[in-house]
Design a binder for this molecule. Sequence first.
Ligand SMILES: [Zn+2]
Ligand SMILES: [Zn+2]
Length: 220
Amino acid sequence: MYLFDAHVHTAESSRCGRMPGAEVAEIYAKKGYSGIIITDHFINCNTRADRNAPWEEQVAVLMAGYKAAKARGDEIGLKVFFGFEGGSEGNDFLTYGLGEEWLLKHPESAQVPLKEYLALVRSEGGFVVHAHPYRRAHYIKCIRLLPDEVDAVEITNLCRPELDNRLAKIYAEAYGLPATAGSDAHSFEAVKDFVIGTDTPIESVADYIERVKQGRLTLA
Ligand SMILES: [Zn+2]
Ligand SMILES: [Zn+2]
């Protein structure tokens, strides 16, 4: 089985991230992973980007952790892909399938209200996964489910308690939404031995999306 993680943060781009991108690649390679997706916090979330800087500079900060991880991953044989985690009022959504070129052309993506954001990225070919939908925290205004506005649900988030994941699984099943998993690792201690398993290596973000849709992943 090939190991994969679809939800990982770096210190270069996420304010809460504790692992430099290159070291992220190293620890995942050491644990025997085939690939990972770096999903740092989007510009309107817990980013290291300066919101007053020109948009290109903000995008560069968002991409920095991924680029460092990818450069090291290329050297040591770990596939590293790009995504980002954006949202509003504490509700988080992982966006996959849109890259640097798209971001540079869409500064409004960091300004629009949540529902418009979800509609925008999905209309542009993005694939949206509701991350830890039942998470509770001081900064989260409320649990908010948008089953018609997402493509899949993170039913296993390895940073969340069992109850949150149990409810997320029921949510995904009730609405017929595809399921996926993520470690949501911000620190080396949070890097797990198993998150997602596949029968063949995941070769691209598009490949990952296709397998989520088809339910072809073994989840932690
Ligand atoms: Zn974070
Ligand atoms: Zn996260």
